[in-house]
Design a protein around this ligand. Structure first.
Ligand SMILES: [Zn+2]
Ligand SMILES: [Zn+2]
Length: 71
């Protein structure tokens, strides 16, 4: 049995590794090697990644000031 993409009514070519949603070639979002993410998860993932990088950069540059800046 072939899974169908519910959004486009096409045969799914893969699945999102995060939410396990069946994805057709149109729905395919981010690709990370063999892992494929749907549009939603790609968005979350890229937000997650940029947030993480931002926080890390902030933490590195403000490391000694963190104590004073805490609210
Ligand atoms: Zn997903
Ligand atoms: Zn689709």
């Amino acid at each position: 049995m072939v899974d169908k993409c519910k959004d486009h009514n096409k045969d799914a070519v893969t699945r999102c590794v995060w939410c396990n949603k069946a994805l057709c070639s149109i729905c395919e979002g981010l690709r990370d090697g063999k892992k494929v993410y749907c549009g939603n998860c790609s968005k979350k993932l890229s937000e997650h990644i940029s947030e993480k990088n931002l926080r890390r950069a902030e933490a590195e540059s403000n490391m000694e000031m963190t104590h004073f800046k805490r609210k």
